[in-house]
Design a protein around this ligand. Structure first.
Ligand SMILES: C[S@@+](CC[C@H](N)C(=O)[O-])C[C@H]1O[C@@H](n2cnc3c(N)ncnc32)[C@H](O)[C@@H]1O
Length: 280
């Protein structure tokens, strides 16, 4: 469905958003394999089984985010809430963790998990990452795990992240980047987009997007190769899509269609020049 007044979404942004919503709206908790790939037994200890079985990220942003006691953290696209729960333990009772997700069912699931795990400093709000319902300069750290690739409006999302961070605040994201273009049948496949593959940028495009959005000290650190074996861990990749990947992606790239990366960046302090060309 298009929300454009002319009835046509030339860039197909609404179509993509609707496909992503539909996909995640029908996701049910599966097994613990995704979580056990990225989180240690100590990190998973005490978390409700449902939150663990609905982990759908592509890494572990909290492990790299260097969270400190008392910080306020926002998780963009918090899903079943696993990273929020782990972040809430890291920032302790004086800290605050807010998860934002556009699906009310994910928000309910994550809220239940926080209650069950007796983690009172994690709370969840329905909202779009393109316009998160948070005031300017209100958060110390923004984390996200496998979500930025799902939006066609990445620079808008990153600019909103910059708005919400306090001056000097940090961005700590995990997502996939592409080293090679995907074959057209994969690039245009709705489930491959919903699975974080087709919407992935190259590392340089991601870097440029972060700079355009206003961030500085951008660092992109490779984490894991992401091949057909990894895709098969996620309920979003049907047998049909996996078969399409096997038949269309060159054999030598089957173990590495994409690469997961940790992205760190910092919002400039007041008075610090914004990134870009110097004037005068
Ligand atoms: C791949 S899952 C990752 C969930 C969670 N970060 C994790 O690691 O398990 C993507 C999540 O982002 C949410 N999402 C996708 N696009 C969104 C958008 N534009 N605004 C808000 N939430 C979005 C989906 O509803 C889903 O819960």
């Amino acid at each position: 469905m298009s929300s454009h007044p002319m009835g046509t979404d030339l860039l197909q942004q609404d179509t993509i958003r609707d496909a992503v919503r539909e996909t995640y709206g029908s996701v049910r908790p599966s097994d613990r394999r995704v979580a056990e790939r990225f989180y240690s037994a100590a990190e998973l200890d005490g978390l409700p089984d449902e939150a663990v079985r609905v982990a759908l990220g592509v890494g572990n942003p909290v492990r790299h985010a260097d969270l400190r006691a008392g910080e306020t953290v926002l998780d963009l696209g918090s899903g079943g809430g696993i990273d929020c729960l782990i972040a809430a333990r890291a920032v302790g009772p004086a800290g605050d963790v807010i998860g934002v997700d556009f699906l009310p069912e994910m928000i309910d699931r994550a809220g239940r998990a926080a209650t069950q795990a007796r983690i009172p400093n994690a709370r969840f709000m329905v909202g779009e990452i393109e316009a998160p319902p948070l005031p300017d300069a209100s958060v110390d750290v923004i984390i996200s795990n496998g979500v930025i690739n799902l939006t066609p409006r990445k620079v808008r999302v990153l600019a909103e992240a910059c708005r919400i961070l306090r001056p000097g605040g940090r961005l700590a994201l995990v997502d996939l980047v592409l080293e090679h273009d995907l074959p057209p049948e994969i690039a245009t496949h709705p489930a491959a987009w919903a699975g974080c593959l087709s919407g992935a940028l190259s590392e340089i495009a991601l870097y440029k997007g972060l700079r355009r959005a206003g961030f500085r000290e951008v660092g992109i650190q490779p984490l894991h190769g992401f091949g057909i074996g990894e895709c098969a861990l996620y309920p979003l990749f049907s047998e049909g899509l996996l078969a399409l990947l096997r038949s269309r992606v060159p054999q030598e790239r089957h173990d590495r269609i994409a690469q997961s990366v940790f992205v760190r960046a910092r919002k400039p302090h007041e008075g610090e020049d914004l990134p870009g060309r110097a004037r005068g």
